[in-house]
Write a protein that binds this ligand. Structure first.
Ligand code: SF4
Length: 425
């Protein structure tokens, strides 16, 4: 049986598609027309008119291969969304083979696009210029219809009714901090917006373990840059009846994290009193204040130290993220990160190490990673062998190389929520 739309779901785009499908359905789109699958053979069998992808720049090689296979077997309109399509739409269209890139927040843009395609017999024609949030080629000319923004993203429910799909719930979107390596503010805006508490409670009933997606869990209810403790408390209190029914509540941990300066005695006490959180995920990124400043993190090393100490004092395991090989990172900076990582592990915390990956659409997109010092290589190697360090820094060295090549070869001015992205390197 043929369907109108096939969604190529993956481990990495699963949460985004769950929310997007819910948004389509709530606007009136019938999800019985949609196939959601990890298997491209199922897509081939289903003969859809539209095929949806969403992916990161790290995944483009695999996506390109799949699109080539699908294009040889299925006549469909190929639509790409996600961070790569937003930051590199020309590459997405010309090199990866997509027909349309969705630029920005996709809830309304995708719905409007699907209606247009249905009306025009599934073709890339001039009438698509009426849909905001698209990029495509028309007669050889690149067309961009404007960045799609969904200010009140919460007007759409997080989960669809017509498909059995569940994921951690997106409760906040956007981030004011603008760390130079991060795509979030450029794709989702610098102002944080939040799903209302009653809606979070209503849909949290569907989760067995209640988990949430947010750039900074302790910024719930604020424009993002400050702590509004009463809002965080109101949310966690409102979820207590669901805990009493047997669900576990995880907050400030996978799949989200907290900024270190938001870790205070008060926020930690909320976690202890109202949640089942055992591991607190903290973004540190470097043990050197000069590097933190250079990457526009805004907080300092002392905030990380304080956050780790507080978490441990209350019996939580701090799991602290670092990025190694940052642009212009000296061996001395790396030594400071090693010292901080060692201190965290000695105290009983955990460390997750990542290698710097220049991401399209960020101020550091054209920056090169710094070589790892001998001391850093030995330290990471030893810790990994002993199972003391988490994170994918080893694999990310290769991914980082591929990203640098991609950006060198196909660099384009990224689309952004805010107009131009200030490129630092
Ligand atoms: S890394 Fe975190 S705090 Fe920094 S801009 Fe991205 S989401 Fe915001």
């Amino acid at each position: 049986m043929s369907v109108e739309v096939a969604v190529r779901i993956t481990r990495r785009n699963h949460n985004a598609f769950v929310h997007l499908l819910a948004a389509l359905e709530s606007q009136g789109y019938d999800l019985s027309n949609v196939l959601v699958t990890k298997d491209i053979n199922e897509i081939i069998k289903a003969r859809p008119s539209v095929i949806l992808y969403s992916f990161y720049s790290q995944e483009v090689d695999g996506v390109k291969r799949e699109v080539e296979i699908l294009k040889s077997k299925v006549k469909a309109v190929f639509v790409a969304g996600g961070y790569h399509a937003i930051a590199m739409p020309k590459h997405t269209l010309r090199v990866l083979g997509f027909d349309i890139a969705v630029i920005g927040e996709g809830e309304e843009a995708l719905y409007n696009l699907l209606l247009k395609l249905r009306g025009n017999g599934y073709k890339v024609t001039k009438d698509l210029t009426e849909v905001k949030g698209l990029a495509f080629y028309l007669g050889g000319d690149f067309v961009f219809t404007g960045f799609a923004k969904v200010e009140d993203f919460w007007k759409f429910p997080p989960y669809p009714e017509g498909l059995k799909l569940i994921s951690p719930m997106e409760i906040s979107r956007g981030c004011p901090f603008g760390c130079y390596y991060c795509q979030t503010p450029y794709a989702k805006g610098f102002r944080m917006r939040h799903r209302p508490i009653d809606q979070i409670v209503k849909y949290s009933r569907r989760m067995k373990d209640m988990r949430y997606i947010t750039p900074n869990a302790f910024a719930y209810g604020s424009p993002g840059g400050i702590l509004k403790i009463e809002k965080v408390e109101a949310l966690l209190r409102a979820l207590q009846p669901l805990r009493k029914e047997g669900r576990r509540l995880f907050y400030g941990t996978f799949p989200s994290e907290v900024r270190p300066e938001f870790v205070t005695r008060e926020t930690i006490e909320l976690l202890v009193d109202y949640t089942d959180t055992r591991r607190l995920a903290i973004g540190a990124q470097s043990g050197d204040d000069a590097m933190l400043k250079a990457m526009h993190r805004v907080h300092k090393v002392e905030h990380v130290v304080n956050a780790v100490e507080l978490a441990l004092e209350y019996g939580l395991t701090p799991v602290v993220d670092f990025i190694v090989g940052l642009p212009n990172e000296t061996p001395e900076s790396q030594r400071k990160s090693i010292e901080l990582m060692k201190w965290i592990m000695r105290k009983g915390g955990k460390v997750r190490a990542h290698y710097f990956m220049p991401l399209p659409g960020t101020p550091w997109a054209r920056c090169k990673p710094s070589p790892l010092s001998e001391e850093m290589k030995k330290f990471l190697g030893r810790m990994a062998a002993e199972g003391k360090i988490e994170g994918s820094w080893g694999v990310q060295i290769n991914i980082s190389r591929r990203l640098q090549k991609l950006i060198e070869e196909f660099y384009e001015e990224p689309m952004s929520y805010h107009g131009n992205v200030k490129v630092i390197c």
